[in-house]
Write a protein that binds this ligand. Structure first.
Ligand SMILES: Cc1cc2nc3c(=O)[nH]c(=O)nc-3n(C[C@H](O)[C@H](O)[C@H](O)COP(=O)(O)OP(=O)(O)OC[C@H]3O[C@@H](n4cnc5c(N)ncnc54)[C@H](O)[C@@H]3O)c2cc1C
Length: 488
């Protein structure tokens, strides 16, 4: 290395997000002569594909959420920073993050944005109160509390009507997440909870799966969709396709079938697995770069995953829209590695590699114990072998040796036996989300003028138990939600 090179400062790379895109990009830069700052609103790398197993008591949250600091402890060129990114300034080349009122501005020479996607209620955000999605550890623990809590309340209920409502579980969205969730709730009711109650028979629980599409697992095609549907019926899941959700409240859900007939399911637990929308950071980037935003609020990127006029800004994973690529882990992983390679090439004077090409390694979804469906190119099959492949692939992509070992033990307990090791649910998990939302509303009301309730910043304590709000009459005029199955 000559003197000129030695005195040149190392390029600063900021990575937003420690999910699949951000983590794999960062790891791919381990030997690069750069200084990386990885910013994430959480302290962990979340393995989202197994969130439904946390929600249904098979796995603990720690098994699927490895601490990012620990994963990257040996990678000396990375600093991990906790904080929510609230702004990106493409002209000043800065990223602003904040945690507990402490705001930090990070300068960058190269930026990788991999902030993923959140739940979409298709314009009906009020559904979120009664139909939680499954995107984070908080979501999974809240759902766990709601699912196990419904059986507890049913044991105490005094009328059959009340028991039936409490033991009806509706899952909206028949993509992989919805199918996996419905199958696991059915198995929980029929196998795990057998002999646990004295007044109710958990096996009598009704599990309903709804989707606006004409079939189950639409992305897997008719053959595998049909296989999945038959298997779901065998484990006791009632499937309604061509079903558009028109309303959700604390006591149930309303839908319209393909003939326009309305129907209501009285259900205490509704789970939303129907749609995704990209992180709001996509909009911030689009406004400054002139890039388009698509129907799922993803930012349309250049063929090399950068923004128009900003070759130093790389957007990967669920936030990026390019040639109809699906929102799956492999797209994020390969996109992250591609962005890392582009950065290294630029700073070592090599030519760019050419446009990003996604290598599709196939798709899989598990329906129930011992049964999954797999699609690799034109090869499609379902059953026990597919299920073994599903187990192996998920173990392979899990981060950390300990997590893998503990997961295998938990799977043995759940799938060979009938137990589920992780059935702890606390009030905070069930009510925390709503309590926080109400607290923020109070803060906003307090800030927006006189006559509003005043909340002192020093006494920001949510009340310990918050009853669910009932929907107001005005909300009924909102448009119905179409369910879709992007990667859910
Ligand atoms: C329940 C579920 C099951 C799934 N199952 C599968 C499957 O079986 N197979 C498959 O291939 N894919 C599956 N997926 C999709 C897959 O998980 C995603 O495609 C993948 O995680 C996308 O990676 P990403 O890096 O773009 O985003 P993510 O992995 O979501 O990571 C985004 C990161 O950004 C952070 N973040 C977001 N906003 C901010 C902010 N403002 N400031 C700081 N940090 C921020 C988040 O905390 C998160 O860590 C599933 C997804 C879900 C939700």
């Amino acid at each position: 290395m000559n003197d000129q090179h030695r005195t040149k400062p190392r390029p600063r790379v900021v990575v937003i997000g420690s999910g699949f895109g951000g983590l794999f990009a960062t790891k791919a830069l381990r030997r690069a002569d750069v200084d990386i700052t990885m910013i994430d609103a959480t302290g962990h790398h979340l393995f989202q594909p197994l969130l439904y197993q946390v929600a249904t008591g098979i796995l603990s949250e720690g098994e699927i959420a490895a601490p990012t600091r620990e994963i990257l402890r040996r990678q000396q060129n990375v600093r991990v920073v906790l904080g929510e990114v609230t702004d990106i300034d493409l002209t000043a080349r800065t990223v602003t993050s904040t945690v507990l009122g402490r705001t930090t501005v990070h300068g960058y020479d190269e930026l990788i944005v991999a902030a993923g996607a959140g739940q979409s209620y298709f314009g009906n955000d009020r559904f979120a109160e009664f139909a939680p999605g499954l995107k984070s550890i908080d979501d999974a623990l809240e759902l766990r509390g709601r699912i196990f809590g419904a059986f507890e309340l049913a044991e105490l209920a005094e009328t059959q009507v009340e028991i039936d409502r409490l033991l009806t579980f509706v899952v909206v969205g028949a993509g992989p997440t919805g199918v996996e969730m419905a199958g696991q709730v059915a198995e929980l009711a029929r196998r795990t909870l057998r002999e646990n109650f004295r007044n109710i028979d958990p096996a009598g629980a009704r599990v309903v799966l709804l989707d606006a599409s004409p079939g189950v697992l639409p992305a897997f095609g008719e053959k595998l969709g049909g296989l999945a549907r038959r298997r779901l019926s065998r484990v006791g899941v009632e499937v309604h396709v061509g079903a558009t959700v028109t309303d959700v409240d604390a006591d149930g859900i309303e839908m319209e079938d393909s003939d326009g007939h309305g129907h209501r399911f009285d259900a205490a637990t509704t789970i939303w697995a129907a749609g995704v929308q990209a992180s709001p950071l996509a909009r911030i980037l689009a406004d400054q770069s002139g890039a388009h935003i698509d129907h799922a609020r993803r930012i349309v990127v250049q063929p090399d995953l950068t923004l128009p006029g900003h070759p130093e800004v790389h957007v990967v994973g669920d936030m990026a829209a390019l040639d109809g690529l699906p929102g799956v882990a492999q797209v994020a992983i390969q996109g992250g590695r591609y962005a890392a390679d582009a950065i290294q090439r630029r700073h070592t004077g090599k030519d760019p590699r050419g446009p990003f090409r996604y290598f599709d390694k196939g798709s899989m979804a598990t329906i129930s114990r011992f049964f999954a469906v797999v699609q690799i190119g034109r090869v499609e099959f379902g059953g026990f072998l597919a299920w073994l492949m599903w187990l192996a692939v998920h173990l392979f992509y899990m981060v950390g040796f300990r997590s893998r070992v503990v997961t295998v033990l938990d799977w043995l307990v759940s799938f060979l036996g009938r137990g589920r090791a992780q059935r702890v649910a606390t009030q905070q998990q069930v009510y925390g989300r709503m309590a926080l939302e109400r607290l923020f509303e109070e803060f906003e009301a307090a800030e927006s003028g006189p006559g509003s309730p005043t909340v002192s910043s020093g006494s920001a304590q949510p009340s310990p138990v918050v009853e669910p709000r009932r929907p107001g009459g005005a909300e009924a005029s909102r448009p119905p939600a179409r369910t879709s199955t992007e990667r859910q």
